[in-house]
Design a protein around this ligand. Sequence first.
Ligand code: TMP
Length: 219
Amino acid sequence: MNAAPAPKPGKLVTFEGPEGGGNSTQAAILAGKLRGIGLSVVTTREPGGTPTGEIIRDLLQNDLAREPLCDAAEALLFCASRAQLCRNVLAPALARGEWIVLDRFTDSTLAYQGYGRGFDIGTLRAMNDFATGETRPALTILLDIPAEAGLARAFARSGGGDRIESAPLKFHRRLREGYLALARGEPERFAVVDATATPDAVADAVWQAVKDRLLGGVC
Ligand code: TMP
């Protein structure tokens, strides 16, 4: 008797970008479109996506421990959340042949903790590799928006910034430039989308990129 064929491996699509670019909105729209063409899709986010990761998220964003978080601990906590998500959610889902739409991943650490906080990019890449094991994005959508415009949107939405949103404007400017540099360095993985356009126009550009890069131009 023949064994059942192994499922076709799934694909990981990550959304990245400065504050206010609309990652979560666009991730939800893309997941809906992928499900609409019959794919099985997992949606999740970083930091978070596991019980441990959600507690880490609260530490990172909402000052849960009520003590100033040093920059090194911040970088390690993002990677700890990532390790838990990769082992318990992402790698198993990909092995089952599912697609994953993920709101932030390794490039956030390079942009925010590297270009933003000033940590060495090579060290952060090694930390990312340690956290992720074999899990890599097939496509990364960079929702690009200037720092000022993105922060204005983020603050209007939340009514006041969280710990990271409240960092100085020059931090946000550096990380935006960092994202663009990362995208220039890996043009085959990144698709840069202008996130200042309307949500519908952004969603169309995202879908076009996914069709062109991952679905062989069909649909
Ligand atoms: P968000 O999910 O609402 O975008 O919030 C996540 C915040 O954490 C956002 O300010 C970006 C930041 N972040 C980092 O600084 N480094 C990371 O590695 C990740 C995943 C997020």
